[in-house]
Design a protein around this ligand. Sequence first.
Ligand code: E4P
Length: 214
Amino acid sequence: MKIFLDTANLDQIKEAASWGILDGVTTNPTLVSKENMKFEDLIKKICQVVPGPVSVECVSTASKDIINEARGLAKLAENVAVKIPINLEGLKATKVLSQEGIKVNTTLIFSSNQALLAAKAGTAFVSPFIGRLDDISHEGMGLVDEIMAIFNNYGFATEVIVASIRHPLHVVEAAMTGADIATIPFGVLEKMVKHPLTDIGMERFLKDWEKVKR
Ligand code: E4P
């Protein structure tokens, strides 16, 4: 499973990249709004740090405007993938942009039918938001299972990004579904490496090492 970082924070991106596990980044308007930097400069910098896809969201709502905005975003760096929310205008834009070779990440996916339509329109990625479904008492990971089954049935090349991840167990569950990618907040990524028994084991080994005659 590829690991993307779900943030627009450059320090977090640089840190995660230094761990050798980072395959890409996803941003959205909310994440970008938290950074005190000019939007285009921020995206260019992120794209320099991360060799893999960096998702950047379009905020236009009519297909013609989405297409123009996406073409502009794609020019910022070679590894930009444009994020487009799923709706009819977004689908129309997705068809045009994917035919031009621009990678689209269809976002705000909450049903497998939305994912199916996005895949048919040629999107490179779909992003089901599992945490937001869990938040309203729907089983988010069930949606990922459905999408994976549908994409496997028909051999769609579209990759599934498990998004809106809230905790490390979500990552385990995402990997168990066989999803292509999980996009993970930095805090969750940090928790994934930790285990109290590892800390206790390390402490004991270091203490015992002091007793070794040298
Ligand atoms: C990723 O593409 C999404 O923007 C992100 O995972 C949304 O997460 P949230 O539901 O925690 O805002």
